[in-house]
Write a protein that binds this ligand. Structure first.
Ligand SMILES: *[C@@H]1O[C@H](CO)[C@@H](O)[C@H](O)[C@H]1NC(C)=O
Length: 315
C-alpha cells in the first residue's frame, strides 16, 4: 500500500516535471504570441506648440488581457536639438503617468478639441524632422520609426512588417505592447534594476523583468524605488561608431524581450512615453539623458574620506 502510493507519487511528480519542461519549451520558442491587429492613424496635424498630434483607432478589438482602448492620442515633438519625444495614451481618459511634479518635463497637448477638429483634416505630415532625428510613420497599421539624419540609420522602427518576430502595437488598460526592429550588430546596454549574469550589456534571450518593489526602510511613507527603462544602443555604421539612447518613461511593471534583431516591451499599465536621445557619443547620450531626468548631485569632498582610507585600513 505504502510503496504503491510512493511510486504513484513519484510518478505524478515526474509527470508534473515533464509537463513543466514541455511548457518551458513552448514558452522559450521563438514565435511570440500576437495579441492584436494594431491601430490605424486616422488623423494627424501640427500643433501651435511645434509638435504633431494624431489620433489612432483600434483596427480589430479582442478581449485577450482585457478590451482594447478604442482611441489613442499620439503626440510627437522634437523637444530639443537632440531629444525627440513620442507619447501615446488614451485619447478619451487620463491614464497614470510618472507625475509631472516628480519629474518636471513638457506637458503634452490637450486632448478633447484635437479629436473633434482633426478627424476632418487629411493626413498631411509624412515625416517630421528635427536637427538630427527624423520621425516617420506608416498609417495603417500604425507604426513609427526614428531615423538619424546624418547617416540615414533607422534607430527605432515599430513596424512588424508581418514578420514572425513580433506583433502590432497593443494598448489595453493593463497590457501595453510595442516593439522595435534592431540591426543584428547593435550593442545594447542598460535597463538596469535587474540582475544579469552578463552585466549591463543586453544579451538576446535573457529575460528582463522590471518590477521595483523594494522600499528603503529609513524613509517613511515613501516608495523611493523606481526603474528607468533606458538603454543605450552602440553601432558601427560605415566605420564610424554612433550611440543613441531610448528611454521609455513608464514606471509600471514590465518585461523587456531582446531577441537580437528586435526588442519588445510588455507593460502592465501606464502609457507609451518614449524619449530618443541622438548622442552621437556615449558621453553626449548621458548628458542629454541627465538634462531631462536630472543630474546627479556632486559628492561632498569629505564623503571620499572612507574610500581613501580603506587601503590603509586593509593593509
Ligand atoms: C520600418 O520597417 C518597415 C517594415 O520593415 C519598412 O517598410 C520601413 O521602411 C521601415 N522604416 C524605416 C524608417 O526604416
Amino acid at each position: 500500500m505504502f510503496s504503491s502510493t510512493g511510486s504513484f507519487l513519484s510518478l505524478s511528480v515526474f509527470s508534473v516535471l515533464v509537463l513543466l519542461l514541455s511548457f518551458y519549451q513552448v514558452n522559450s520558442s521563438s514565435t511570440p504570441t500576437k495579441i492584436g491587429k494594431g491601430y490605424r492613424l486616422i488623423s494627424i496635424e501640427e500643433t501651435p506648440g511645434g509638435g504633431i498630434v494624431g489620433v489612432l483607432q483600434v483596427k480589430q478589438k479582442n478581449n485577450i488581457y482585457g478590451p482594447d482602448i478604442p482611441l489613442l492620442q499620439l503626440h510627437v515633438k522634437h523637444e530639443t536639438q537632440d531629444r525627440l519625444r513620442v507619447h501615446i495614451t488614451d485619447a478619451e481618459k487620463q491614464r497614470w503617468e510618472v507625475p509631472y511634479d516628480l519629474l518636471p518635463r513638457e506637458k503634452t497637448q490637450a486632448l478633447k478639441q484635437t479629436i473633434g477638429r482633426s478627424r476632418k483634416n487629411p493626413i498631411t505630415v509624412q515625416e517630421y524632422s528635427g536637427s538630427e532625428l527624423i520621425f516617420s510613420y506608416i498609417a495603417d497599421p500604425f507604426s513609427f520609426a526614428v531615423k538619424r539624419k546624418s547617416n540615414g540609420q533607422t534607430l527605432f522602427n515599430s513596424s512588424s512588417d508581418g514578420s514572425e518576430s513580433f506583433g502590432e502595437m497593443v494598448f489595453k488598460d493593463q497590457y501595453l505592447e510595442i516593439s522595435t526592429q534592431l540591426p543584428k550588430d547593435a550593442s545594447l546596454y542598460g535597463l538596469g534594476e535587474n540582475t544579469q549574469p552578463h552585466g549591463i550589456k543586453l544579451y538576446p534571450g535573457d529575460p528582463y523583468t522590471l518590477y521595483t518593489t523594494d522600499i528603503s526602510a529609513i524613509n517613511l511613507n515613501a516608495d523611493l524605488y523606481g526603474s528607468h527603462p533606458v538603454y543605450m544602443d552602440l553601432r558601427k555604421v560605415k566605420g564610424q561608431a554612433d550611440a543613441h539612447a531610448v528611454l521609455l518613461l513608464n514606471s509600471n511593471g514590465m518585461d523587456v524581450f531582446y531577441r537580437g534583431t528586435s526588442l519588445t516591451y510588455k507593460i502592465i499599465g501606464g502609457v507609451f512615453d518614449f524619449y530618443f536621445f541622438s548622442g552621437p557619443t556615449p558621453l553626449a547620450v548621458v548628458d542629454q539623458y541627465t538634462s531631462l531626468i536630472g543630474r546627479p548631485a556632486p559628492m561632498p569632498y569629505w564623503a571620499f574620506g572612507m574610500i581613501l582610507l580603506s587601503p590603509l585600513v586593509l593593509s
